[in-house]
Design a protein around this ligand. Structure first.
Ligand SMILES: Nc1ncnc2c1ncn2[C@@H]1O[C@H](COP(=O)(O)OP(=O)(O)OP(=O)(O)O)[C@@H](O)[C@H]1O
Length: 307
């Protein structure tokens, strides 16, 4: 397997007596948009600060492209593009002029790269307009374009959906996915907003009080949702008989109120339904229960609050 772009190995951060990040381990491969999700105060910004070497790591290690950020800072940071605070732009210059200006400060960036990053973030012809005419979403795209000029392997965005309207969020998702896939970038995005993470990311790590609760793969595609095994509830007239059919067929089934729930993929749903009907049981309804990220979060944390 290819070496992950980012390796977090038992990362711990203590400030005074407080443990802000607690033995956190994660791998980020190339080509993935990875979400770092947690409520306010979970430790997201602290983690990002450690990833870019702004603060020290108390224990464990963060490696970027195989280089330790604390021991081989220059080699590691070379592969990082980040927008941690609002990016500084010259508002009375055009987006293009801003990029030319920043490109001058980065060794080895050829002129054609400016055009390339402009297209990647979807700024199009607006790149020739002055930055003070840009919406927040467009300024952010310009910031991302600037951050990837030097072809980093990792892009870090701290709360990038803050202040964006739904359209802006959708655009952000589209170009982040494009960047990850076309440039082979690993993209690390922090947020406290579940629904937005689910929209944007391939995988999401749920963080609570500095600890990793779970890493969830986000099912984007309806087809994969249907073919994956999920909890399916059958509403029937005779629950005991339905449970007996499940037992005879070797299907793990359980009560769900007055209905029966089984774990099944879409073929198994059709087969079980046919067996129920063949056994003379009336099936009033079949409902697949997609577990949202929110359900997972609540299940894992026992109801910790998150928006
Ligand atoms: N320098 C510091 N000294 C003491 N405590 C700190 C320091 N920096 C952060 N903390 C504490 O660490 C915890 C995590 O903070 P952090 O800013 O990383 O959280 P966050 O997940 O980014 O939250 P938010 O979404 O509110 O930005 C908070 O409880 C915060 O008060």
């Amino acid at each position: 397997m290819e070496q992950p772009i980012v390796q977090m190995l038992n990362v711990t951060k203590r400030i005074g007596k407080r443990t802000i990040i607690d033995h956190l381990s994660l791998d980020l491969p190339a080509g993935e948009v990875f979400g770092f999700l947690g409520p306010n105060g979970a430790g997201k910004t602290t983690m990002i600060r450690m990833m870019v070497g702004l603060i020290s790591i108390t224990g464990g290690e963060i490696k970027i492209d195989g280089h330790s950020i604390s021991k081989q800072f220059e080699k590691a940071i070379r592969h990082v593009g980040a927008i941690v605070e609002n990016p500084e732009m010259y508002k009375y210059m055009t987006g293009y002029q801003n990029l030319v200006h920043f490109a001058r400060m980065v060794p080895g960036v050829e002129h054609s790269r400016i055009q390339e990053v402009t297209e990647l973030v979807g700024l199009g012809s607006r790149i020739n307009d002055k930055v003070n005419t840009y919406s927040l979403g467009m300024r952010q795209r310009l910031g991302v374009a600037q951050a990837i000029l030097h072809r980093p392997k990792l892009l870090i965005l701290d709360e990038p959906t803050n202040g964006l309207d739904p359209m802006g969020i959708r655009e952000l998702r589209d170009y982040l996915q494009r960047l990850a896939k076309q440039e082979g970038l690993a993209i690390f995005v922090s947020s406290h907003l579940l629904a937005e993470m689910e929209l944007m990311c391939d995988r999401v790590a749920i963080i609570q009080q500095g600890k990793l609760v779970e890493v969830v793969k986000v099912e984007k595609n309806r087809e994969s949702e249907r073919t994956a095994t999920q909890r399916v509830v059958f509403e029937v007239d005779d629950l005991e008989a339905a449970l007996a059919v499940a037992a005879t067929e070797g299907i793990a089934g359980g009560r769900a109120g007055r209905a029966i729930a089984i774990g099944a993929d879409k073929e198994a749903v059709a087969i079980f339904n046919a067996k129920l009907v063949a056994a003379g049981i009336k099936v009033y309804g079949i409902q697949a229960q997609h577990q949202s990220l929110e359900d997972r979060f609540l299940e894992k944390t026992g109801g910790g609050h998150i928006v």
